[in-house]
Design a protein around this ligand. Sequence first.
Ligand code: HDE
Length: 740
Amino acid sequence: MAKRKTNGGAEDSAGSILSTVAGPSVPPHPTRLEPPATGTSTETVASPKVGDGQPAIGENALNRPLDRVRVDDSARELTTNQAVPVADNQNSLKAGLRGPTLMEDFILREKITHFDHERIPERVVHARGSAAHGYFESYEDLGDLTRAAPFTAAGKRTPVFVRFSTVAGERGSADTVRDVRGFAVKFYTDKGNWDLVGNNMPVFFIQDAMKFPDLIHAVKPEPHNGMPQAASAHDTFWDFASLSPEIAHMLLWHTSDRAIPRSYRMMQGFGVHTFRLVNAQGVSVFCKFHWSPMAGTHSLVWDEAARITGADPDFHRRDLWEAIDSGQFPEWELGLQIFTEDQVAKFPFDILDPTKIVPEEMVAVRTVGKMVLNRNPDNFFAETEQVAFCAAHVVPGVDFSDDPLLQGRLHSYIDTQISRLGGANFHEIPINTPVAQMHNNQRDGMHRQAINRGRVNYEPNSLAGGCPFQAGARGFVSFPEPQHGSKVRGKPELFADHYSQARLFWISQSLTEQRHIIAAFRFELTRVQTPAVRQRVLALLANIDEVLVASVAEGLGMSVPPPLPPATDRPPYDYPPSPGLSLFARPGSMGIRTRRVALLVGANTDLAQARSLYASLLDDGAVPRLIGERIGPVVEISLETAPSVLWDGVIVPDAMPAVGDVTVFEFLKLQYRHGKPLLALGNGAELLKAARIPHTLPHGVPDPGVIVAAAVDAMEALASVKAVLAQHRVYARETDPPRV
Ligand code: HDE
């Protein structure tokens, strides 16, 4: 993969800021970089950190305020935390060379004490994650819909920091487990921070915040033995699920390929809840947020995902990092579904119910901007680990709906940060600090950074001229939604339709995707040890679709039980299929960029040919590598360290030895099993033959992804490989169990 010079590209004004501020000579105590000389004292000038809202292409305005705290150790002396130069970092201070260590050794004590406290609690959910910087650019002025800062002008750019995550696993767990993915975006707008804390699936497991701790307790490792890690395939999760029919719709998303994305760059994101947008006149519409990846929506297959867990537990983290590092910046378009109170009254579902989508056929998705991630963090802990998202962080122009799940979230996030990040001042940790200016009378607390000046820390005041003063209509004004009704614990009636949209999802899937859902239920429920739990899940599925329940039951060796009694007398709503719910609806426009291709080489390989194939793949933005038994002058990675599942396709150039070993066969078989393109040139074809790779699909027609060609036709054959790579994989090859 071609390396860029800096960790973020041309914008990396970090370099230029460094040279203007620090100068070419080394200053005496340069552990901190000063803020850029742009802008004066921040007291009177509005948001100098944001600039004019139109940073140059590729620039992250956020880099500048963060540069204030970035530390560069090059050409510096080692010091203590008090900046005292350390003479000897190898030996503690002792009473004689063989004597006891002296209490006096403040250098040793400081070092060990800091180390002892290096860890903070991990997130109670979404502990495992990866993040990047970038920007959001609005395509248009959305002033008619909202006064939210990112949308006030066409072309306006707002810096963002985005964290992707799994939900159930612990901080060190593997990336490619079956799970929902978090998709949390922090917009550093010029009117304060807005966090759109979403997931890669548009619905959720439960309808009310009251059930969240139960759901999470059920899915996390079981409390008596701490197993299993990062997996829903165990009794407690399915026990809870089987007793919570509102989960039906989400179970289908969870067993679908959405739960095993190929890359964070290749998954959608959703705000899940209905939100409100409010314009400057105070007029409000409802809104659902959608992120759509320009790279298309692509997934792993389960056998592959499970093997990647061992081969590279950091698979998604590495993929995101390497893509950004090589200048292949991931992009998503933001889409809005906008609807009014009048439309809501006619929907066959309740828009406050987070287990329901608004089908695109009912309300089209309007594309309003794009997000580009163009800079990796400098420090995982300082940025990715300490970033604190909160569903309650909104800016003027965005408001909440009464979705009872969302309402519970509004409390939880700030609350959890207080224990995770050690106190009420976590907003002062640089990655969480707004780019817009903060002024209020909140004071003190653990680890306070701001040095608030003056004697006034209350309001109203006359001694400070009434400052900081209320913003009035320029500030956040809650939408004055009329409220009625008695205090009650319960749910609206439409919430009880648990199955109509589950069925909608099912009938909108391709046959391939349906087969994967069936196989996922079989896998998960086979791991469940309690037969009654399996039985109840089948009874729930019986309300969704006959083929689905019969196929899952067959896989479990069980008969189909009577359906679980529905929770409402209303007949189910008969939705027509919604093709956009299939992953295949969004192939993307990336071609083969960032696709990883293995060129298998041996002692006899025609290296000239291998190199020209390599160069051609590189030209198209793919990531080719020469793979063989042992690394050396030719081979870049060995088969044992980069097994088959880490590659999107394989090429055997001409004159590869006619017979391979078990490792090579295994490599080719798994490429085949996982639907990836295989190209064998000249003599290389013998290897495919020896590995018993079929050339035809199960129903007899030629497999477009198994390509055998004469050595002279190498480039033409490579074009066919590229075409299959761009389509992701040959799903038509799949059988259950696999043929090879
Ligand atoms: Fe979260 N969620 N959540 N959640 N959530 C957290 O906040 C919570 C829900 C989501 O990368 C926690 O800072 C409750 C839905 C993401 O740092 C915590 C409920 C959606 C992230 C919390 C929900 C999400 C979190 C844990 C139900 C999709 C990771 C650490 C009432 C729309 C953000 C933290 C990151 C994290 C609570 C449901 C998304 C405990 C109580 C629905 C992406 O506050």
